[in-house]
Design a protein around this ligand. Structure first.
Ligand code: TYM
Length: 319
């Protein structure tokens, strides 16, 4: 029987932080290692163009995400790892979806409203159509599941709406992808815990931060009620239950020492990513190996993408 498929991506916007890891990357690795699903993971470099980018930095950022995928445990022998722009069909299908998606649907997207506000003078069309490209990324592979963090659930829902609309207009083509079974997460910023941790705007905890930097960033973390909850929740993904229970109980009774919580969290996270830091450096020093992995990944991705786009073109009347 054919295995069910899972697909997800990360933007080529630089190093990943703990939010990206817990919300997405960790799940990619766990799902791959369970071995039950066919896995596709890509780097969304076309999406990264929706904000102004220095070309050299974009090239570097793209390879960093690939190195981080592999350093965290994605294995090119078990998962198809590729770069979005290497499979031209993503942009092609995105254009077709642009032509069946009302502008009003796109203007409702929270990410567009948030990012648009910060780019008031120059909101580019790519920022508006970000979700149709994301729908194309997904539907091209007809996956059963798409694991994403909580902030991307609205985009995933739009992909489902686009799939339904296309199917209604042109006949059954795209199955509706589901979020993965685990509840989508939202890890909050250390300095401003009312906002999600993000690569822009605050000081996120990067996966390859040195132990000294991790400690320094956590020292500055605010410990308001939501801040402390976020720290304890983050600890719960890395530490033994007994350690987490101790801090939870102390917080309830008001006896908690936040300096101790921060110090335990810093050590736990630094230790967890010690191998990751080493492996990422090694991978980035061997660019020819990375490029072999990516060429192979793009070829395997095209095996699925090309038949889908051929089917779509035939159904909508493109010669
Ligand atoms: P990106 O690079 O912004 O985020 C990558 C993944 O990390 C998750 N994430 C978080 N999860 C929990 N807490 C946080 N603070 C946090 N910040 C980020 C995001 O939800 C995401 O899962 N649009 C996607 C990239 C993409 C994609 C796709 C994903 C493009 N095409 C197709 C799936 C399928 C994004 O936001 O990437």
């Amino acid at each position: 029987m054919k295995k069910e498929t899972i697909l997800s991506g990360v933007q080529a916007t630089g190093r990943m932080h703990i939010g990206n890891y817990l919300g997405a990357l960790k799940q990619f690795v766990d799902i791959q290692n369970e071995g039950k699903l066919e896995c596709y993971f890509f780097v969304a470099d076309l999406h990264a163009l929706t904000v102004p980018r220095d070309p050299e930095k974009l090239r570097q950022d793209t390879l960093e995400v690939v190195a981080e995928y592999i350093a965290a445990g994605l294995d090119p022998k078990k998962s198809v790892i590729f770069i979005q722009n290497h499979v031209l069909e993503h942009a092609e299908l995105a254009w077709i979806f642009n032509c069946i998606t009302p502008v009003g649907e796109l203007e409702k997207m929270t990410q567009y409203k948030d990012k648009g506000r910060s780019q008031k003078d120059s909101v580019n069309a790519g920022l508006l159509t970000y979700p149709t490209l994301m729908a194309a990324d997904i539907l091209l592979y007809k996956p059963n599941f798409v694991p994403v963090g909580e902030d991307q659930v609205q985009h995933l829902e739009l992909a489902r709406i686009i799939a339904r609309k296309f199917n209604r207009q042109f006949g059954e083509t795209f199955p509706e992808p589901k979020p993965y079974e685990r509840k989508p997460l939202r890890i909050m910023s250390l300095k401003n815990p009312d906002k999600k941790m993000s690569k822009t705007g605050d000081d996120p905890l990067y996966l390859d931060d040195t132990p000294e930097i991790i400690e320094a960033k956590l020292k500055k973390a605010v410990t308001t009620e939501t801040g402390a909850k976020n720290l304890i929740e983050t600890l719960s993904y890395f530490a033994d239950k007994s350690v987490v229970d101790k801090f939870t109980a102390e917080q309830k009774s008001g006896e908690i020492r936040y300096s101790e919580l921060k110090s335990v969290l810093a050590t736990t996270i630094s230790d967890h990513f010690a191998d990751f830091r080493k492996r990422k450096k090694e991978l980035l020093n061997d660019k020819s190996e990375l490029s072999k992995i990516l060429n192979d990944g793009a070829a395997r991705a095209r095996e699925i993408a090309v038949p889908t786009i051929t089917e779509v073109k035939q159904k909508i009347g493109l010669l």
